[in-house]
Design a binder for this molecule. Sequence first.
Ligand code: UT7
Length: 322
Amino acid sequence: MNYSRIIGTGGYLPEKILTNADLEQMIHTTAEWIVERTGVEQRHIAAPGETTCDLAEQASRRALAAAGIEPRDIDLIIIGTTTPDHVFPSVATQLQHRLGCYGCPAFDVQAVCTGFVYSLDIANRFIRTGASRHALVVGADTFTRIINWQDRGTCILFGDGAGAVVLEASEEPGIIDSRLHADGRYKELLWVPAGISSSYDKTRKNAAFVEMRGSEVFKVAVTTLKEITEQILTANNMEVSDLHWLIPHQANRRILAATAKRLGLPEHRMVDCVRIHGNTSAASVPLALDVAVRDGRIQRGDTLLLEGFGGGFTWGVVLLIY
Ligand code: UT7
């Protein structure tokens, strides 16, 4: 049986930074409120004309360089995104074109902030069945394009970015286990109530905005992240103390802290990039992974738990040896 191992990570954040002081000039808020309630101090914003595929390409090239392989070695591309450049074709096919690794399967996965975790789980299944040897798995979003900058309950949280990993078939583990979930009953707690096939009023400009019932999302997120962690650890005869690093979706500093507390996990074993990235949706987990790999916190042989939670609701976990 093949395992799949992460052999390279990469991340990319757009140049422009939007600080809390900038937001004070735009909406009725204070930098203190934002930091206290969310932990976010700054977020990156894609330049006009800079697309999700642009961010995905940068992160992917860095992951390929870290892995020491060429684009032609890639035989599968999966991208988690909610903000594709076009309705179709997918971002994944356009990334494939830019990398020049024609012919391999390439597709997008729509699971909002859980998009990368979903994509990683799917890629792992391709590798385990022998259908792929080198998979490029990306989480990329220009989420600020669907933010209403007048809505102080959402615009403070989100930023743009991309993270990528290269997975390789290996005799050694690798991804040990993964679990995906969804519950569509929660649709209206976190959604964009506009779409191509729904009753979208095309006369309203820029009406496709995120709407969120923040405190309700918060409560479900904390409970769910604790539950899925315990479930996957129990199924693998492991304890929280066996984890070297928890890499949760970077939604809100308070969600991360509450989850760690409920699990009895010391906060210093959780990768936290909320302060500098904000919530980058599908990019948040691979970006945080890349930061901690590159600054040396995550070492080969460490046991990691990657967790996603997002609109739908969707949620999932991947347990792996790095
Ligand atoms: O990635 C997908 C998952 N998404 C999340 O996980 C988001 C989860 N939710 C959150 O992060 C938090 O709920 C928020 C940061 C969005 C909001 O924090 P909260 O502590 O839940 O605040 P709240 O929504 O209960 O609002 C408390 C008060 C309200 O005022 P009143 O009604 O008590 O007078 C809001 O109007 O804070 C007010 N408020 C603000 N005040 C200053 C809301 N946003 C702001 C703001 N600045 N930016």
